[in-house]
Each structure stands twice: as structure tokens, then as C-alpha cells.
Design a protein around this ligand. Structure first.
Ligand code: NDP
Length: 240
């Protein structure tokens, strides 16, 4: 039996990295996946469809909601994964770089959940998984903007876990907090720093995107039907 048979799944930032790895896993489990990003992408898998989305653009988020409702009339899973970094030491970080990371990583999730969360509540079921980071829990030098955005996700999602289920709807909201993962996002990080981060894990290595996707897939699925309001660390035992 396929875990996501006929389930409608939206994955923001689904065009590459962790989001794409998750799209593949869920599509293999029968999901109808909408992999969303700003840049258009074509996918080999029949069940993965590209949908344009800029999470910072309120109209774009509303359009995604309207399109999904028109096509399917329901939403089963929202994986809020899109994220960016604009790292700098605080003394050099511009207000613009601070705002753009917050607007993408944090407000970008609100821009979608304001539509999809109440819809899930109305349906009586649904699962939201947001991708935070070990940095949101532990902080990291040069990432004040990113750490703030990722810590904010945790408070926001714990709020939604309470809010959307308060009348008994089976709407679950959870957060995944990965350590460093070998995707494009870390390509600009110097090799010696990545080695240092690997050394700060108990497993002495960084993660592959599939290792994060596996956990997102489980948490999003009915197999995790009694997990909500949780923050799941997937960081190889990392201490920053
Ligand atoms: P990538 O940089 O590989 O992919 C980011 C994805 O987000 C792309 O699909 C990109 O597509 C999309 N995206 C970026 N901005 C927007 C936007 N405004 N609207 C819609 N989509 C957008 O990142 P990863 O796969 O590494 O990261 C995925 C998530 O995991 C992020 O939230 C990240 O913070 C988090 N994470 C990553 C870690 C890592 O080490 N890699 C560690 C911990 C957490 P496009 O540019 O076309 O819009």
C-alpha cells in the first residue's frame, strides 16, 4: 500500500536539494506532488509537477492556493521547505539582507499557511512540515538573520499545532531541524569549514538530502499520526 496514494502534496523549494529529494520519495509513495520554486524546472517523475511560487509574494502564494483548490479541492500535506541564506557577521549585515532572509524563510511560510492551515482545519485533516535548522536551535556565527528566521519557525509552528487542532481537526504541524546537508545551499561554504562542521557531529559527517527527506516523509505521513507540535532534530548529533 502506497503511503501517500492520491494525496495532494505541496513542497516549497521542491526543485532541488532537500525539497526535491522529498518530492521524489513522496511521489514514489503515490503522492501528487507540486514542487514549487521561482525558477521553472521539469521533472522526470510523472507525479511531480512544477508550480511557480515566490513565497515572499503574497499574490503568488494565494494563486498557488487557488490553483490547488480548483484542481483538487483539498490539500493533504504542505512541506514548507524553501529557504535562503545571506550570511555576514552582524556588524556587516545589512538591513536588507536581514529582511530578505526573514521574508523568505519565516514570513514566506506564514504567507502560505494563512490559506492552507485554515483549509486543513475545515477539511478536518492535514499535515504541515516546516524545515528549520540546527542553527535555529543553537545559533551560529555569521547567521543572525538565518538563526532568527529558523527559530521563528519553531514558535510559529507550535502555535499552529495548537490553533488548527483546537476544535478537534486532525491537523498536525511539525518542524524538522536538519544539521548541515550536502546541497547547493552549502556549496559556497569553504571546504575546511564543512570539515569542521562534520567534526562537530557525533557521526563525523554531513547529511545527504535523502536522509532529511526520509524523515520529512515519515512525519508528513499517517504513520506519524500522533506526532504534532514537535521539533525533530536530524543533525547527526551536531553541537555548533
Ligand atoms: P537549496 O538552496 O538547494 O534549495 C532551495 C530551494 O528553495 C530551491 O528550490 C529554491 O528555488 C527555493 N526557493 C528559494 N527562495 C524561494 C522563494 N522566495 N520562493 C519559492 N522558492 C524559493 O536548499 P536546501 O535544499 O539545502 O535547503 C532546503 C531547506 O532546508 C531550507 O529551508 C534550508 O534553510 C534548510 N536547511 C538546509 C540545510 C543545509 O545544510 N543544506 C541545513 C538545515 C536546514 P528557486 O531559487 O528557483 O526559487
Amino acid at each position: 500500500m502506497e503511503l501517500f496514494k492520491d494525496k495532494v502534496v505541496i513542497i516549497t523549494g521542491g526543485s532541488q536539494g532537500i525539497g526535491y529529494a522529498t518530492a521524489v520519495k513522496m511521489a514514489e509513495e503515490g503522492a501528487i506532488v507540486y514542487a514549487c520554486a521561482r525558477r521553472e524546472k521539469t521533472f522526470d517523475h510523472d507525479n511531480i509537477h512544477y508550480h511557480p511560487l515566490d513565497v515572499t509574494d503574497e499574490d503568488s502564494c494565494r494563486k498557488l492556493f487557488e490553483d490547488i483548490m480548483e484542481k483538487h479541492g483539498k490539500i493533504d500535506v504542505l512541506v514548507a521547505n524553501a529557504g535562503i541564506t545571506k550570511d555576514a557577521m552582524t556588524r556587516k549585515m545589512t538591513g536588507e539582507d536581514f529582511d530578505s532572509v526573514i521574508n523568505t524563510n519565516l514570513k514566506g511560510i506564514f504567507n502560505l499557511v494563512r490559506y492552507f492551515g485554515p483549509k486543513m482545519e475545515e477539511q478536518g485533516y492535514g499535515s504541515i512540515v516546516a524545515v528549520s535548522s540546527v542553527v535555529g536551535e543553537q545559533g551560529n556565527i555569521g547567521q543572525a538573520n538565518y538563526a532568527a528566521s529558523k527559530a521563528g519557525i519553531i514558535g510559529m509552528c507550535k502555535t499552529w499545532a495548537k490553533e488548527f487542532s483546537r476544535k478537534g481537526a486532525q491537523v498536525r504541524v511539525n518542524v524538522i531541524a536538519p544539521g548541515y546537508v550536502l546541497t547547493d545551499m552549502v556549496k559556497s561554504v569553504p571546504e575546511d569549514l564543512l570539515d569542521k562542521f562534520a567534526g562537530q557531529t557525533m557521526l563525523k559527517r554531513l547529511a545527504e538530502p535523502e536522509e532529511i527527506a526520509e524523515v520529512i516523509t515519515f512525519i508528513a505521513s499517517d504513520k506519524a499520526s500522533y506526532i504534532t507540535g514537535a521539533v525533530i532534530d536530524v543533525n547527526g548529533g551536531m553541537r555548533l
